[in-house]
Design a binder for this molecule. Structure first.
Ligand SMILES: Cc1cc2nc3c(=O)[nH]c(=O)nc-3n(C[C@H](O)[C@H](O)[C@H](O)COP(=O)(O)OP(=O)(O)OC[C@H]3O[C@@H](n4cnc5c(N)ncnc54)[C@H](O)[C@@H]3O)c2cc1C
Length: 484
């Protein structure tokens, strides 16, 4: 264990939310930190999951552990001098979708979880303000409309204006006012920028390809080597290498520890689909301050426009198999057309995902956007994008030492829901390191973030022995995933 007085050198690989947050927490504690990132400017790469217009921030998880963590995190989003300007508490409106009994059940759980006694005590309001109302069922179209600013109400689709009525196929909904969205790219950059201000060294064009072991103790990791041959060393009483490589983690593990991870690793990437449409100036102003809208049935969700009038829409689902961008070529994010037919290395993708991204996905996203805001369905798609989750077996993250590699920690397995925790991810990593400036991991966190836990799960799911289970039985339908 090392406190703030024991200066160590930490190497953080990757500058997405896990890497940036970890780097900041470590330098705040007085340690030396070197962040190695394959991108051209040292910040998260254009194809990183953290590089995005916006991400949902909410605490109504079905899992009470993430719910409580999210409530504490949202309090930081509201109050942090560094991050509050990137957080927009517009609320999140969930609708069940049509004729969806599963969706209805999810809504009941969502409201109950958001309001559970005790956990609400974890929430702190914006400075000088009161907390907004807690989550509630929407019982009528009028109530649904009141979740939106008056100017936009006449421009809403029937899937909103008729929530709770027979005309919308009995569709139900709930509104969680104590959530919203955060500016993903801006906030992640700000965190790394703050780490740099406090002394972190960031090295760009640094694609880590190898870990370096101590000459004497061959199980002790002392540094890393990049693809272009540069070596970087951790040092001091508590120096560590911390891998935060997002969806590239599985491939990286295969390269750095082939004997352990050749056949499997307890996380695998899935491709997810995103589009943006460009509003004109009148629309940009009119559609401001909208809640995030989420359809439980299809996994569709959309945001208000950003300051340039771009509206993002996406599906949150089991995802697709698709080759990851080559780690040696940090480029812009892949789109629906690029790499579509590239070969898929089955040992590097999730076998639970469907084999291909359906070609009509952008149009389906636009159609769903039109159900919420009919006039937006007439716009042209401005951009489309494939973005990758790194899925663990059960959507718990992995923050732990790699087995049989002292000094090497992995922080990832984000499973499509880690962004909102940017303010506290670094604390969790430091807690795993045993640092005294942060609260210790709870017994629950200690267990569910551990490699042993995920290995056991993988065994139970027979992934260790049959890592290439048939993908044909996998469904890409959105499921009632609890954690986004
Ligand atoms: C479409 C989409 C929507 C999402 N929506 C939400 C949401 O609404 N709310 C939410 O909370 N979460 C959301 N998420 C999940 C969230 O984005 C991720 O959980 C989070 O960004 C993962 O961060 P990361 O640091 O693990 O990975 P990344 O952000 O991908 O960062 C990994 C970094 O490591 C670098 N790297 C990789 N390999 C190497 C190497 N060998 N050497 C050096 N550098 C390397 C990469 O260049 C990259 O910059 C969404 C994700 C996607 C894809």
């Amino acid at each position: 264990m090392a406190g703030p007085s024991a200066v160590s050198t930490y190497i953080v690989v990757g500058a997405g939310v896990f890497g940036a947050s970890t780097a900041l927490e470590l330098v705040k504690a007085g340690h030396k930190v070197t962040v190695l990132e394959r991108s051209q400017d040292g910040f998260h790469s254009p194809d990183a999951a953290s590089n995005d217009l916006n991400k949902i921030v909410r605490a109504d998880y079905s899992d009470p552990h993430y719910r409580d963590l999210a409530k504490e995190t949202i309090s930081i989003w509201r109050r942090s001098p560094l991050l509050s300007r990137f957080y927009h508490e517009t609320g999140v409106l969930f609708r069940s979708g049509h004729n969806s009994t599963e969706g209805d059940a999810y809504l009941d759980v969502g409201v109950a979880r958001a309001n559970e006694a005790g956990s609400t005590l974890l929430e702190q309001p914006h400075p000088g303000k009161k907390l907004k109302p807690s989550a509630y069922h929407i019982k009528s179209g009028e109530e649904a409309l009141r979740c939106f600013p008056p100017a936009v109400r006449p421009r809403l689709g029937e899937c909103i204006s008729k929530i709770g009525s027979r005309a919308a196929d009995g569709q139900q909904g709930y509104f969680n006012a104590r959530g919203g969205w955060a500016e993903a790219d801006h906030a992640t950059r700000a965190v790394l920028q703050e780490a740099i201000r406090l002394g972190a060294q960031v090295v760009s064009h640094a694609q880590v390809d190898e870990v370096l072991f101590d000459q004497g103790d061959k199980t002790r990791v002392v540094g890393v080597k990049t693809a272009d041959g540069r070596s970087f060393f951790a040092g001091g009483p508590d120096g560590h290498v911390i891998l935060c490589a997002g969806a590239w983690t599985r491939g990286l593990l295969k390269r750095i520890a082939p004997e352990q991870f050749d056949a499997w690793a307890p996380m695998a990437p899935t491709a997810q689909c995103v589009i943006t449409v460009q509003l004109d100036e009148e629309q940009r102003r009119a559609f401001k301050d909208l809640p995030v809208v989420f359809n439980i049935e299809t996994g569709f969700y959309c945001f208000e426009p950003d300051e340039h009038g771009l509206v993002k829409a996406a599906f949150h689902c089991e995802g697709y198999q698709r080759p990851l961008p080559d780690p040696s070529i940090p480029s812009t994010y892949p789109t629906f057309t690029t790499q579509q037919d590239g070969p898929v290395d089955e040992s590097l993708v999730s076998t639970r995902a469907a084999p291909r991204v359906p070609a009509d996905t952008p149009q389906r996203l636009l159609q769903e956007l039109g159900l919420v805001y009919p006039e937006l369905a007439k716009l042209k798609i401005d951009s489309d994008r494939i973005c990758f989750y790194s899925e663990s077996e059960d959507e718990n993250w992995i923050i732990d030492y790699l087995p049989r590699a002292k000094g090497l920690i992995l922080a990832g397995g984000d499973s499509g829901h880690a962004f909102k925790f940017l303010p506290i991810l670094g604390q969790l990593v430091c807690a795993r390191l045993g640092h005294s400036q942060v609260p210790s991991l709870t017994p629950h966190q200690d267990r569910v973030f551990s490699f042993a836990y995920h290995t056991e799960l993988a065994r139970q799911n027979e992934r260790v022995t049959s890592s290439s289970a048939s993908a044909s039985s996998s469904s890409a339908q959105a499921t009632l995933r609890g954690r986004l």
